[in-house]
Design a protein around this ligand. Structure first.
Ligand code: ADP
Ligand code: MG
Length: 728
């Protein structure tokens, strides 16, 4: 679109102060056109609108005001004060009618060369009053104000953008003010040319700023509130288009892929449920009824079952497989480890014993002839349920009539592996089980095109695992506790983390601990060892012995982390607990408390950590990002002691790790977010999702005129993602 001779595709040389040399500098940053420049957003703003001075702020603070303010001041002095252990760097400022000070306790070396007498700074933060009644900022944000800015400070008093200034620009003599002026020109002349990317009704319903106005306010906000609204608008856009992609993918699967219609034989299913030693929980039954609807419909089953550790997901998978098998199809159950595959094999064989179902195990550890037999059974439809690891699908086992694929503990499969599995199972009914604690609102989006069911309550007989944090000096007492409890029939896991890079050393560490403990502290007990490097049948034998109560204690690496179910084991001691991630700790703790007995989880770490732990009893929502960064390990351990639900822990994990780390949308081929933060913007996400799904539901080809802007934006900005998602 052109307007008064302006077009968004104009080169940056259209701006008054940009010639070909400067244009080259911009190009090296990927900025060619004015449109590109408009999307070069400031990383922060200087809020100079608050035309207040230090004595006013002092009064506010005395009256309990605890918000942020920006003050502008001239450095009058600075000093480095040393106490016996601590150092403080303090800078004194004066402004129009008073004074204030800034203090730094950390990274002092970095700050102490700045702030020379006579220089002007804009200081932003939450000030407090010291006991000497000084107005003080601790670790504030600050911007050095140049001479000419100082001169204009009083006159324009605006909220000003601060852009990052890469060396390429600096070299061409573009400074803060110069760049700001160029932006101002671009914003003034060009933002009105930007298209609205959303249907008008969505802009209205969500009280969003129109797109051009949002972009203008991103650079030169009229006020703080407008800046907030501009950011909100851009967040909504990102989330909305993210969800549109998901909705399109989902609708494609639903509309274009025909699924098998299964009949559910109520007699058999009821007979099976009655044969169980317990009653299914309401949660399990609810999820099963959702799955049943999928199975009976002509759409494929494409569902994720999310349930905390020990919530009874296996039973849901088993009954689904039973339905499919009774329709004459085969079902494949894949687990991330051979140990878990083997456990499932034992459980299923036992439970299905009376139901004329052939269960076959196919894992790498089998002998050549066993494998051959297994493969033949699968090919000839002799095997109804086939259990294995991902190799089942990847190694090209030939099924005679595969109807359903169940992926257990899918979060444990690598991202690439997951993609391959899902690719291979695209046209089959798929049930995915996961215990990765992910906040519920997010799993809906993260697992995008899958339907999601949640088992939200554990079986009624469960007591929460009692969790404590202990220093290494308490180990002898913990061993005594293990011995005493073994007298009551309790079994225990003792876990050692994979400390060393090298598998050999790791192995040695586990073995050394095993020898030490079984000869000394735990010599009165029967102790077994399990680690990842053992031969398959050796692992199987050790697990079996532990399950059959031939061991009181199993010393193990994290191979027991996923899925292992030994209801008699009710104590887990986790060594060097500070080394584990939160979801891993939760998974490990999930190995105990799987029956009616009171279970215990003892997290062991260095003594000094336990002292810190006691000090850090405050809610970490109030910690600064820096404090969080520094104390992550302690915060994880504190969270483990305080919370038992995987969903609660997932919220904390998300805060500690950040959504990028947890979701890695990059690898999933989905767009990355520049503004939206999945941890913080959940309400907006839920709304954007609703909107996106309703748009796609009404018009899955986005053909209507209202949706023209969506289609345009998708082709302009999301082409790659669409290709990846197979929704060209
Ligand atoms: P997860 O969800 O972690 O995979 P499992 O399916 O292994 O959990 O179940 C954990 C334990 O709970 C198993 O020993 C299982 O037999 C038992 N269990 C499953 N459902 C119920 C139920 N409804 N009532 C009591 N125990 C149950
Ligand atoms: Mg499981």
């Amino acid at each position: 679109m052109t307007q008064n001779g302006f077009s968004l595709s104009d080169p940056v040389t259209k701006l008054a102060s940009v010639g070909s040399k400067r244009a080259e500098a911009f190009e090296s940053l990927g900025i060619k056109s004015i449109r590109d420049l408009l999307f070069y957003f400031p990383h922060r703003h200087l809020n100079r609108l608050t035309d207040i001075n230090s004595s006013q702020v002092k009064k506010y603070v005395a009256n309990d005001y605890d918000g942020e303010v920006t003050l502008w001041g001239i450095v009058i002095s600075k000093e480095l004060i040393s106490y016996s252990k601590k150092k403080v760097f303090k800078v004194a400022f004066k402004d129009s009618n008073g004074s204030f000070e800034c203090v730094w306790f950390q990274s002092i070396n970095f700050f102490k060369d700045k702030f020379n007498t006579g220089e002007s700074y804009a200081i932003s933060g939450k000030p407090t009053l010291t006991r000497y009644n000084h107005l003080q900022f601790a670790h504030p944000e600050f911007d050095k104000i140049s001479q000419d800015e100082t001169a204009s400070y009083k006159s324009d008093g605006k909220i000003l953008p601060v852009y990052s200034l890469p060396a390429a620009l600096k070299k061409k003599n573009i400074g803060d003010i110069g760049l700001r002026n160029m932006m101002y020109e671009a914003v003034e002349n060009y933002t009105s040319l930007l298209d609205e990317s959303l249907p008008v009704n969505l802009v209205k319903a969500n009280r969003l700023l129109p797109f051009p106005e949002a972009i203008r306010n991103m650079h030169f906000p009229e006020n703080q509130e407008m800046l907030k609204q501009a950011i909100r608008r851009l967040k909504y856009d990102e989330l909305f288009f993210f969800e549109v992609l998901i909705a399109l993918k989902k609708s494609k699967i639903k509309k274009e892929i025909a699924g098998t219609v299964y009949r559910v034989d109520k007699n058999i299913i009821n007979r099976f449920i009655e044969s169980l030693p317990f009653e299914l929980t309401d949660s399990q039954l609810e999820v099963l009824s959702e799955i049943r609807k999928d199975l009976e419909s002509k759409h494929p089953l494409n569902r994720l079952v999310q349930g905390d550790v020990g919530s009874g997901k296996t039973m849901v998978a088993l009954i689904t497989m039973l339905i499919v098998v009774k329709n004459g199809y085969q079902a494949a159950l894949m687990a991330p480890t051979e140990i878990l595959a083997n456990q499932h094999y034992i459980t299923l064989t036992k439970l299905l014993n009376q139901f004329d179902v052939n269960v076959t195990l196919l894992t790498g550890g089998l002998s050549g002839s066993e494998k051959k037999q297994g493969n033949e059974d699968v090919k000839s439809n002799n095997a109804d349920i086939v259990i294995g690891t991902h190799a089942l699908i990847e190694s090209g086992v030939e099924f005679s009539n595969l109807g359903l694929v169940v992926i257990d503990e899918q979060h444990r499969f690598g991202v690439a592996q997951r993609a391959r599995l899902i690719d291979k199972t695209k046209f089959t009914d798929t049930l995915i089980m996961t215990a990765t604690p992910i906040p519920r609102t997010l799993s809906m989006s993260f697992y995008g095109d899958l339907d999601v069911s949640v088992i939200d309550k554990p079986p009624a007989n469960r007591k929460p695992v009692r969790t404590v944090l202990r220093g290494e000096s308490s180990l002898d007492n913990i061993y005594k506790f293990i011995i005493e409890k073994a007298g009551e029939g309790y079994q225990s896991y003792i876990v050692f983390p994979l400390v060393e890079e090298s598998e050999k050393i790791e192995l040695k560490a586990a073995m050394t601990h095993y020898e030490e403990l079984s000869k000394n502290q735990l010599k009165s007990l029967r102790v077994g060892l399990l680690h990842g490097k053992m031969k398959w049948n050796e692992k199987e034998e050790r697990m079996k012995k532990f399950a059959n109560r031939e061991y009181d204690v199993l010393i193990s690496t994290t191979v027991i982390e996923v899925g292992i179910d030994v209801p008699g084991a009710n104590i887990i001691l986790i060594n060097d607990a500070n080394r584990f991630g939160l979801s891993q700790l939760h998974q490990l703790r999930g190995r105990v408390g799987r029956g009616a007995e009171q279970a215990y989880c003892v997290l062991v770490t260095k003594d000094e950590y336990t002292i810190l732990h006691k000090k850090m009893t405050f809610d970490f929502n109030y910690l600064s990002p820096k404090q969080i960064e520094k104390n992550k390990a302690i915060l994880r351990l504190n969270a483990m002691v305080k919370f038992t639900s995987g969903f609660d822990l997932s919220e904390i994990d998300l805060k500690l790790r950040g959504p990028g780390d947890m979701f890695s949308t990059k690898q999933s081929g989905m767009p990355e977010f520049r503004f939206a933060n999945l941890a913080e913007d959940t309400a907006l996400l839920v709304k954007a999702r609703e909107d996106a799904f309703s748009v796609v539901n009404d018009d899955h080809k986005l053909k209507s005129s209202e949706n023209k802007s969506i289609r345009k934006k998708l082709t302009e900005s999301y082409q790659k993602n669409m290709e990846y998602a197979g929704i060209g």
